[in-house]
Design a protein around this ligand. Structure first.
Ligand code: FPP
Length: 288
């Protein structure tokens, strides 16, 4: 947080927003569905690829801002397993952009103490992309700041399937298959990034109210923020606004809010075990 305030000059339009954030209640993990590159380009009569190119600047901005804020983890949906259905030229361009980003950003990642990792079926990516990812992952492995997790060739359903298969394979090797029981903890431990906390805040740009097979397991209790802005126009003010909005939410995780009255008046409940039919009538009335 301090690093962000130091980087913002007194007249900077985002300073007020940054100052209104509560540094004690920052999301630990932010996940983003970066959508709308194609529509951004179409609006300008440009090829879709121009939209993806313009999408690199907000990637740099969110990575740098999250690092400066002291957010623990940032997951960006860079390429879904379904994105292979796009024209070959677009897919190739996305790989080129990713390689370009990784090569150009390495120095900045180091400067900001960022550690890069990838989630998804990475072994199906073109060899040159895998090499670049491995190189940057290894080079930044000792950094202790923001964990930047790029979801690439990622599918939430495939991630759960892969986790189950990894558990089965482990049990086969250990000879414990017959007594195997999978629980939430063992499944979570076998997801692609088990060392990251679950996302607290999920941002989606370009207005679609969909999850699109992203982090299906991990976002169980994430707060959602959807903006109409196309990804290439997503700026720091909007990121800070999303975090401010998150800080106003009452996160109950299925329980009660901290402000719920602790000593509520005791309510007389009918005797559920009684044969008396008036008891069930009473329930019907009180639940209307
Ligand atoms: C969705 O917009 C965006 C993508 C499929 C790719 C995201 C890639 C970038 C932001 C570029 C660089 C990324 C990194 C990590 C360096 P869309 O094409 O589906 O937009 P549309 O819905 O308007 O067609």
């Amino acid at each position: 947080m301090k690093a962000l305030l130091e980087s913002l000059k007194p007249g900077d339009k985002d300073r007020g927003l940054a100052l209104s954030l509560d540094p004690e209640r920052l999301p630990r993990h932010i996940a983003i569905i970066m959508d709308g590159n194609g529509r951004w380009a179409r609006k300008r009569n440009l090829p879709r690829i121009a939209g993806h190119k313009a999408g690199v600047a907000p990637v740099r901005m969110v990575v740098e801002t999250c690092a400066q804020l002291g957010v623990e983890a940032l997951t960006l949906y860079a390429f879904s397993a379904e994105n292979w259905k796009r024209p070959r030229t677009e897919v190739d361009m996305l790989w080129r952009l990713l390689r370009f980003y990784l090569r150009r950003e390495l120095a900045d990642l180091h400067r900001n103490g960022i550690r890069l990792q990838a989630s998804g079926r990475i072994d199906a990516l073109p060899a040159r992309v895998q090499d670049e990812l491995n190189f940057v992952e290894e080079a930044t492995a000792k950094n202790t700041g923001l964990r930047l997790n790029l979801a690439i060739n990622y599918s939430g359903r495939a991630e759960i399937v892969d986790a189950v298969n990894a558990i089965l394979q482990g049990a086969r090797l250990a000879g414990t298959l017959a007594s195997l029981r999978i629980d939430e903890e063992s499944l979570a431990m076998n997801l692609y990034s088990p060392d990251l906390p679950d996302p607290d805040l999920l941002i989606r740009t370009s207005g679609e109210m969909r999850i699109s097979n992203f982090l299906l397991w991990e976002i169980a209790y994430a707060e959602l923020f959807v903006t109409e802005t196309f990804w290439p126009d997503f700026d720091r003010a909007e990121l800070l606004t999303a975090i401010l909005d998150y800080q106003k939410r009452d996160r109950r995780f299925g329980g009660l809010s901290a402000t719920a009255v602790p000593d509520e008046p005791k309510l007389e409940l009918p005797d559920f075990d009684s044969e008396d039919e008036s008891a069930s009538e009473e329930i019907a009335i009180s639940s209307q």
